[in-house]
Structure formats: structure tokens, C-alpha cells
Design a protein around this ligand. Structure first.
Ligand code: NDP
Length: 237
């Protein structure tokens, strides 16, 4: 297990699900963790109290405010951009404004947060996005915008890895498959459909995703950058 004693970690979207598991993992490993939330203040405050971390309300869909918040926090050793929304539905019926907001949260926020953090990030820092295996495989209808918003992160980490590599800052994307959270409960109505696409026919846990994030944030992963890691039970294999 990596140790992050004294490291400053920011997790965007940490109040629930995978983000909360990431907050728990870094806090357990000794990091000073700040996380953002938007719609779930009670979950956020409970997690902050449980882990000794700090919760700040910030909408990842409001990029100017998000950038200002990151600047106000000072140098970060690790940035994890986890905040994301699904936005599933018939594309002929989905309001264009909803699609634009999905891209602001899932895609634009990742870019702006990474650049804002990199301005003061020390050499050897880590930037990790939570993408999706749907960047590589989209076997269901109604998720075109979502999969596009996550596929963009694969290109983004390749470019940002070049931009920040001279400072030994790594930039990678972790791409979960079905993972047991409020967004995708392990006992939800689509579980059998999703498991059919998988070699290992179960949802992942948030802790399993957090384990890969911790590895990429740790000292053994200093040469890994510009990469996308599927952690999906073979969903996209
Ligand atoms: P949940 O819906 O369970 O949790 C989403 C988290 O993101 C919450 O903490 C939520 O905070 C936060 N969030 C959402 N919108 C915003 C916003 N506008 N501003 C700030 N925070 C926000 O989702 P998961 O834990 O399942 O998903 C986490 C990430 O993993 C997402 O990016 C998702 O796309 C990705 N993913 C998930 C998979 C799965 O099967 N679960 C599979 C592949 C990828 P709050 O409630 O406080 O607003």
C-alpha cells in the first residue's frame, strides 16, 4: 500500500460512490484530502467527519468558479477528477442544454482543473481522471454523449502528459466498467445486460477503483503517463 503522508490531494466529486472510495483510500494512506461535492451536502459532511478530510461545495459544471477554487487551494500533489454525470436517453429527446452541461462536467472540468492545478503542482505531481470503459466500448443505446465525453479524456491525457512531462507530472485516465454506486447499482435493472458483456461477471467496488488510482498516484507509477487503464472485468476487452 502506498503512503501519502503529508501529500495534498484534491478529489473533484468525492461525496459518493467511486469518489468517496478514493477519498477514503487517500485519507487512510495519510494524505491531506480536500474533496468537492455539489448536490449531496449530507453525504459530504459525513464523509469529511469520517475521514478527517475537508469538503467544499463546487459545481464542476461552472468552470470559472472551479478554476478559482483550485487556485485558492495552493499547490496540490495529486488531483483526481472524478465528478461525472451519466445523461442517458433518447438523443432525439434530450435537451441540448443538458448535453452541453454533461460535457462541461465530464470533459471541460477535467481540462480546466488539470491546467489550474498544474500551475502550482510540484514536480512529480499526479493528475488522474476517472473516465469510463465506455470510451472504448459502447454496446448500449442512449449513451452517445456520455461515451464521447469520456473518450475525450483519453486524448486529453495524451496531450497533457506532453505538456507537463518535463516536470515529471503524470497525467492518466482510469476507465472503470460497471461499478457498484448510486449511478450504477450492482442490483440495478441492467445488471444482467452489463454482466453479459464482462469476462468477470460482477460490478467492481469503489475500493477496487480507488486502489488503481492510489497506484497511479504513488511512487511506483512515476514513468506511467498519457495512459488509459481499463478496470472493467473485461467489459471492453
Ligand atoms: P455517482 O453518481 O454515484 O457519484 C457521482 C459523484 O460525482 C458524486 O460525488 C457527485 O457529488 C459528484 N458530482 C456529480 N456532478 C457534480 C458536479 N456538477 N459538481 C461536483 N460534483 C459532482 O457516480 P459514480 O461514483 O458511479 O461515478 C464516479 C465517476 O466514475 C463518474 O465520472 C462516472 O462517469 C465514472 N464511472 C462510473 C461507472 C459506474 O459504473 N459507476 C462506470 C464508469 C465510469 P454530489 O452528489 O455531491 O453532486
Amino acid at each position: 500500500m502506498s503512503s501519502f503522508h503529508g501529500k495534498s490531494v484534491l478529489v473533484l466529486g468525492g461525496s459518493r460512490g467511486i469518489g468517496a472510495a478514493i477519498v477514503r483510500r487517500f485519507a487512510a494512506d495519510g494524505a491531506k484530502v480536500v474533496f468537492t461535492y455539489f448536490s449531496s451536502p449530507d453525504d459530504a459532511q459525513a464523509l469529511a467527519a469520517e475521514t478527517g478530510s475537508r469538503a467544499l461545495r463546487a459545481d464542476s459544471g461552472e468552470c470559472d468558479a472551479l478554476i478559482a477554487l483550485i487556485v485558492s487551494l495552493g499547490p496540490l500533489d495529486v488531483l483526481v477528477v472524478n465528478s461525472g454525470i451519466l445523461g442517458a436517453g433518447d438523443p432525439l429527446k434530450m435537451p441540448p442544454d443538458d448535453i452541453d452541461r454533461l460535457f462541461r462536467i465530464n470533459t471541460h472540468a477535467a481540462y480546466h482543473a488539470a491546467v489550474a492545478a498544474a500551475r502550482t503542482m510540484p514536480d512529480g505531481g499526479r493528475i488522474i481522471f476517472i473516465g469510463s470503459a465506455n470510451a472504448d466500448s459502447m454496446p448500449m443505446s442512449g449513451l452517445a454523449a456520455y461515451s464521447a465525453s469520456k473518450a475525450a479524456l483519453k486524448g486529453m491525457v495524451k496531450g497533457l502528459a506532453r505538456d507537463f512531462g518535463a516536470r515529471d507530472i503524470t497525467v492518466n485516465v482510469v476507465q472503470p466498467g460497471p461499478t457498484d454506486t448510486d449511478m450504477n447499482p450492482a442490483d440495478g435493472p441492467l445488471k444482467d445486460v452489463m454482466h453479459d458483456f464482462m469476462a468477470i461477471k460482477r460490478h467492481a467496488t469503489g475500493a477496487e477503483i480507488a486502489g488503481l488510482v492510489a497506484y497511479l498516484a504513488g511512487p511506483e507509477a512515476g514513468i506511467i503517463t498519457g495512459a488509459a487503464y481499463n478496470i472493467d472485468g473485461g467489459f471492453a476487452a
